[in-house]
Design a protein around this ligand. Structure first.
Ligand SMILES: Cc1ncc(C[n+]2csc(CCOP(=O)(O)OP(=O)(O)O)c2C)c(N)n1
Ligand SMILES: [Mg+2]
Length: 587
């Protein structure tokens, strides 16, 4: 760092924009509004592109996708009141994706606040549970300070920070210092805990690593690979972080959790020591799957997380390390250097077992061309459409090596988990624990803007596409080249599955009457292609990805049967019980 920045006379708008520039911001998502027009006016002069979207939810999702793809801040801004409340769902999603999103929320003017004027609502309480930090500019003179803190805290706390600005506070003048970003290194964690962890790993006969999102955020892939190789430990990826370990590596075993890899589950079930590297071990991510209770309750668990509050929260642990996944992995490698490892003795046997489990799962997956439950067999019989699993396999085969894939919430998106493999980090952007339908498409747009050099693909169910399709407008207007794979099964499938399993097929509000999605895309000024057969899937995906280079967005409408894979929440539903006679038939 060179010298101390100078205090200068400027307006609060200038202080805000200069702070953004100091933090490397080059894109901001939003819908234009009078509240912040004074700052918006000078965005171009500061080298900031404003990307106008169709709905503020899309803006905040794009900021999330941008942050996840780049590791830099994603920024969005909107009009006070309704523009800001439109952010809520997407900010909650970014919170659970641990995304450093800075969302700027101009508020009603400080001199009329509380009088019930136009577009007034208290904007801090609304976001209080879904942000890591809330900065409120209580005086125009504090704009630079508080804006800077929001950018610092979003990174430090790994989640969204709100910058709330009464709209009159954009005006006036201040003498402000634009401080350089404050980036605090996390380090490997406590030495005693590292010693204990190294001791457990050295004594382990069947160590298994779970690589989580923390590995990606810490840019720690190389260290995770080196540690896995030192131990020759199989590596499972944590739920929906399929990009936390390279899939082409012999020690990669695939994802744990819903619709994950049986190989990963069977291998971790044998572990005597688990190293949970950069994962909070979220409750949904380790639920039994395929009737496998795979979590090794007898094993010693070493958990590493950059958020100390996540340690031991969900699963009991033997050692907790509050550290950066990359630095901790490096410190563990250091501590294991030259040391005798118990797992050396059975290395050949473990290697064989890993290979065998992976081969078995791959074969099972290949043979698993369609779902086999009674409902699925009925609806797929005689259908001219593609089986979802076969379609997903074709997409997997045609997916470019450096693709970024955003996935939505739905039955087919969930099943896709087994078919999404990546060799590099920052490649998979699933709607994480918040699980909102409508996540994937705008997130893919944000990712594409952050990384125009990489293909961006969204997997979206037809129901969820209805929530998010307005951003086709943005793609056409701003020439955002993304590929949207819409699974057209004519239903809110994931919820319909619950009707099948628990409500005796009393279908209600789950069947969808769709327009042709390809035609809809064309009407918006995008490309639209309807794909009917497996042979056309690969060529269609490749053509759509090629069109991204020209800034063209393509909707690939995939015609699929109505069969349904295993449900999300078998754990959370139960057969209906009715006591009143008038509801007696509803069991
Ligand atoms: C915003 C939001 N609304 C409702 C839900 C509940 N929900 C979860 S999955 C699902 C069905 C998704 O249907 P679709 O997108 O068509 O995908 P499919 O299950 O058919 O593959 C719904 C409605 C949700 N998760 N998020
Ligand atoms: Mg559907």
């Amino acid at each position: 760092m060179t010298g101390h920045p100078q205090a200068q006379r400027m307006t609060p708008s200038e202080a805000l924009v200069e702070t953004m520039a100091a933090n490397g911001v080059t894109e901001v998502f939003g819908i234009v509004g009078s509240a912040y027009m004074d700052a918006l006016d000078i965005f171009p002069a500061a080298g900031i592109r404003f990307i106008p979207v169709a709905h503020e939810q899309g803006a905040a999702h794009m900021a999330d996708g941008y942050a996840r793809a780049s590791g830099r801040h994603g920024v969005c801004i909107a009009q006070n009141g309704p523009g800001i409340t439109n952010f809520v769902t997407a900010i909650a999603a970014a919170y659970w994706a641990h995304s450093p999103v800075v969302f700027i929320t101009p508020e009603t003017g400080s001199l009329t606040m509380g009088l019930g004027g136009f577009q007034e609502t208290e904007q801090l309480p609304i976001f209080s549970k879904i942000t890591k930090y809330q900065g409120h500019v209580n005086s125009p003179r504090r704009m630079a300070e508080i804006a800077g803190r929001c950018f610092d805290r979003a990174v430090l706390e790994m989640g969204p920070a709100q910058l709330n600005i009464p709209r009159d506070h954009f005006y006036g003048e201040c003498v402000a210092t634009i401080s350089p970003p404050l980036r605090i290194g996390r380090g490997p964690g406590d030495a005693t805990a590292l010693d204990a962890a190294a001791g457990l790993l050295a004594e382990a006969k069947f160590p298994v690593i779970v690589a989580g999102g923390g590995v990606i955020m810490a840019e720690g892939t190389a260290e995770a690979v080196a540690l896995a190789e030192r131990l020759h430990a199989p590596v499972c990826t944590s739920y929906l972080h399929n990009d936390s370990f390279p899939a082409s590596h012999e020690l990669w075993c695939g994802p744990l959790g819903y619709q994950g890899s049986k190989a990963a589950m069977k291998l971790i079930a044998r572990a005597d020591v688990v190293l949970a590297l950069g994962t909070r071990l979220g409750p949904f991510g380790t639920l039994p799957q395929y009737s496998l209770e795979y979590w090794p309750t007898g094993a010693k668990i070493v958990q590493v997380d950059a958020d100390a509050k996540a340690l031991g929260l969900v699963k009991p642990i033997s050692v907790g390390i509050h550290g950066d996944a990359r630095a901790t992995a490096a410190a563990l490698i250091e501590r294991l250097r030259g040391r005798e490892l118990a797992c050396q003795a059975n290395r050949a046997e473990r290697r064989q077992r890993i290979a065998a489990e992976k081969t078995a799962w791959e074969q099972e997956l290949t043979g698993w061309t369609h779902e086999r439950d009674a409902f699925s067999l009925e609806v797929a019989q005689g259908s001219p459409h593609m089986h979802p699993r076969q379609l997903l396999r074709e997409l997997e085969k045609a997916m470019p090596a450096d693709a970024m894939v955003a996935t939505d919430i739905g039955n087919i998106c969930s099943v896709s988990n087994s078919y999404l493999r990546f060799d590099r980090p920052r490649s998979m952007f699933a709607a994480m624990s918040f699980g909102n339908c409508g996540y994937a498409f705008p997130v893919a747009c944000g990712a594409k803007i952050a990384r125009p050099d990489r293909p961006a693909v969204a997997y979206v169910g037809d129901g969820a596409f209805g929530i998010s399709l307005n951003e086709l407008l943005t793609c056409a207007r701003e020439k955002i080249g993304v590929t949207v794979v819409v699974f057209n099964n004519g239903q809110w499938g994931a919820e319909k599955k619950n009707h099948v399993d628990f409500y005796s097929r009393r279908f209600q509000a789950v069947n969808l009457v769709n327009p042709g999605w390809a035609r809809v895309a064309q009407a918006f000024g995008c490309e639209g292609v309807t794909v009917e057969t497996l042979a056309d899937v690969g060529p269609a995906l490749r053509a759509a990805v090629a069109a991204q280079a020209d800034g063209r967005c393509t909707v690939l409408e995939m015609m699929v049967t109505q069969e349904l894979g295993d449900p999300f929440r078998r754990d959370a539903l139960s057969k209906p019980v009715r006591f009143l006679p008038k509801y007696a038939n509803y069991t």
